[in-house]
Design a binder for this molecule. Sequence first.
Ligand code: NAD
Ligand code: UDP
Length: 310
Amino acid sequence: MKILVTGGAGFLGSHLCERLLNEGNEVTCLDNFFTGRKTNVAHLLGNPNFELVRHDVTDPFKFEVDQIYNLACPASPPHYQYNPIKTTKTSVMGAINCLGLAKRVKARVFQASTSEVYGDPEIHPQSEAYWGHVNPIGLRSCYDEGKRCAETLFFDYHRENEVDIRVIRIFNTYGPRMLSNDGRVVSNFIVQALRGEDLTVYGEGLQTRSFCYVDDLIEGFVRFMNQTEIVGPMNLGNPGEFTMMELAEIVLKKVGGASKIVHRPLPSDDPKQRQPDITLAKKHLGWEPTVPLEDGIERTIAYFRQALKK
Ligand code: NAD
Ligand code: UDP
């Protein structure tokens, strides 16, 4: 198949491009390199089935493709808050441009939505039926509401124009090729520990997240995209739930060294707890994560040990 991956030079996008190429597909990776890097896909450039295009999803684009994976959007809070208006535009106009293209060329189109559509959730764990608890005017709103609006567009194009959509809600995912200055918690803690710096736990560190290793997530992406039972939204994530203090302790234990834990102010609207209900993914995809947090953290530490030397 011919497949377009927007945001393909980013953390998740680069793993997805690699997987799709390994399966024999032709892959076009479209990226504006805001948080993505050419180095993430440098090893794919020699593959005749791979094409890298510098383009912004907020501007229209045309490709003759069978499938579109829309991943373009900065995912880390410091990066998506750097230019919040652009973040909303990327989600909303990027969705419109992907959906318009999918309608025109009759491609199946996949949206990388997020657990952030649940906001600071009042029910736990979060199932797809929950409508969320989102601040529409806070610092995280550019991302959360942009993603919510993108979901709305996907379902309206599906209902109005019969566009073949797939919408997944990704819970915190980590692994090799996150940026060392990404700002998300797993890469922050690992990079800090490897540099012998103190680990910055925001607030008391009792807030929870559920961390999924990238390979598990990508397996879920491909299974979901290629089935025809359900269009979503579907949660994908690892139900193992940890406090940020627990995560910091795991990283310290694995890296060793003299780093300590220090506390920094909690960012506004930081969700207190998050855990995916993955009943739907288990039922329709036979999918569940296979990589335990400690193993995934070890693999990610190994990656950053090399990356920080360069
Ligand atoms: P990332 O920041 O590494 O990747 C995003 C990619 O999109 C980058 O390559 C960036 O350069 C590109 N991009 C940003 N704005 C663009 C624009 N206007 N035009 C073209 N390209 C643009 O983040 P990631 O973790 O790989 O996330 C990928 C997708 O998955 C995002 O849509 C994100 O919202 C979603 N997601 C990720 C997670 C996670 O835990 N990793 C969780 C929920 C949702
Ligand atoms: N966090 C932290 N230290 C850091 C970075 C993040 O304690 O150096 C916390 C953050 O406040 C949040 C959790 O870790 O409660 C996950 O943050 P991340 O930015 O990775 O993802 P998100 O908040 O979008 O789930």
